[in-house]
Design a protein around this ligand. Structure first.
Ligand SMILES: *Cc1c(COP(=O)(O)O)cnc(C)c1O
Length: 372
């Protein structure tokens, strides 16, 4: 059997969640499991987190329904909200929390109410505090709450939320400006809305912006042990959940001046021992990874050489012990080589690499710390 494999350490996932949950206190913490839990398997991850979680967040309705069908009963927030009028019925039937971020969603909610249906249990009203992607302008909020009041949506059914554009760059002035604009928008509302909970923080803000913790944090990437921050290391308590691994399936020596792989893109400067690894871009390892991208072989850090092909990559074994040959374990990313290091070499972010893993079997290491 082909040795390529993604191992998902559910114990690490649970420990990461509990650390983030503690860090965000007294606020509560939604575990973001959109995009199939950033490529880790949403049902498996949500099931492992279920005993501990304050709630989950996904991007759209179908992702929430998948969790419900698989026995997840915790609150689930749909971050993009409903994308058509009829989705409110499904939201209510499955007790989903929904974001309302634009005028058409309000109009669909009104149409839903005209059919005599109840409104969703919790409505998270999204304010555009400066990212300019989703959300109501601060000036529109009083009109939004007037319409919600007509639907019998009371302050206790609401959460105010916003999303930060630059939280990954600690000290970026944009974040302080967004926090200020969000606070001002909410201050302008009637007194009876003063106690409505607030939600601001993604992983980066939860780690680096205490002022943004709010009542509900929404960490995604940090749950999976990857780093949202551009310039700071990840806290040591957070460990990588996914290990993408395979094995060496062939080795050879090439002389100085000989090339390796498609495009003859790597030319050896010295006699070089090449290891061929059974993984490639067909599995989600990025084709754009250049020569020099870190990789660990039998516990030794070395480098990728030559182009990534669909099923195979080639690595430099020259300075490794001769005993490292066919069958040696190769970690593409995990605890020895952080996914963020590979992402940096490629010019992307860990999020994208994790989401793109495919074709390889996923093996789940069960969560054992239910009693801890
Ligand atoms: C994806 C997402 C998050 C989680 O972001 P991370 O950077 O992965 O922590 C939080 N909030 C919203 C609105 C999102 O879309």
């Amino acid at each position: 059997m082909r040795p390529a494999l993604a191992t998902i350490d559910l114990d690490a996932l649970v420990a990461n969640y509990r650390w983030l949950q503690e860090h965000g206190k007294p606020g509560r913490t939604l575990a973001v499991v959109k995009a199939d839990a950033y490529g880790h398997g949403a049902v498996q991850c949500a099931s492992a987190l279920a005993p501990f979680v304050d709630g989950f967040a996904v991007a759209f309705l179908e992702e929430a329904l998948t969790l419900r069908k698989n026995g997840i009963t915790a609150p689930i927030l749909v971050l993009e909200g409903c994308l058509a009028a009829d989705e409110y019925a499904a939201c209510c039937a499955h007790r989903l929390w929904t974001v309302v971020h634009c005028e058409p969603q309000l109009a669909w909610l009104e149409a839903h109410a005209r059919r005599g249906a109840p409104h969703p249990e919790r409505i998270w009203v999204k304010v555009d505090s400066g990212m300019h992607r989703l959300g109501f302008a601060p000036e529109a909020l009083s009109g939004v709450i007037a319409r919600l009041e007509r639907l019998a949506v009371e302050p206790r059914h609401l959460v105010w939320m916003t999303h930060l554009a630059c939280a990954d760059q600690p000290k970026h002035p944009h974040t302080a400006a967004q926090l200020e604009r969000f606070a001002q928008a909410l201050e302008a509302l009637p007194e009876r809305y003063a106690q409505v909970p607030r939600s601001i923080a993604n992983s980066a803000a939860l780690l680096a912006w205490p002022a943004a913790h709010g009542d509900w944090a929404r960490p995604g990437i940090a749950l999976y042990g990857a780093n949202p921050l551009a310039t700071e290391p990840l806290p040591a308590a957070l460990t990588p959940v996914m290990t993408l691994r395979s094995e060496i399936i062939a080795t050879r020596w090439i002389a100085a001046g000989e090339a390796v792989g498609y495009g003859a893109a790597f030319v050896a400067e010295r006699a070089t021992r090449v290891g061929v690894v059974a993984i490639g871009y067909g599995d989600g390892y990025p084709r754009t990874a250049p020569t020099g991208t870190p990789v660990a072989v039998a516990g030794h850090r070395t480098r990728l050489i030559g182009r990534v092909s669909m099923d195979l990559v080639t690595v430099d074994l020259t300075d490794l012990p001769e005993s490292v040959g066919v069958g040696a374990a190769v970690e593409l990313w995990g605890r020895q080589v952080l996914v963020d290091e590979v992402a940096r070499a490629v010019g992307t972010i860990g999020y994208e690499l994790l989401c793109h893993v495919r074709r390889v079997p996923m093996r789940y290491l069960p969560a054992t710390c239910t009693a801890c």
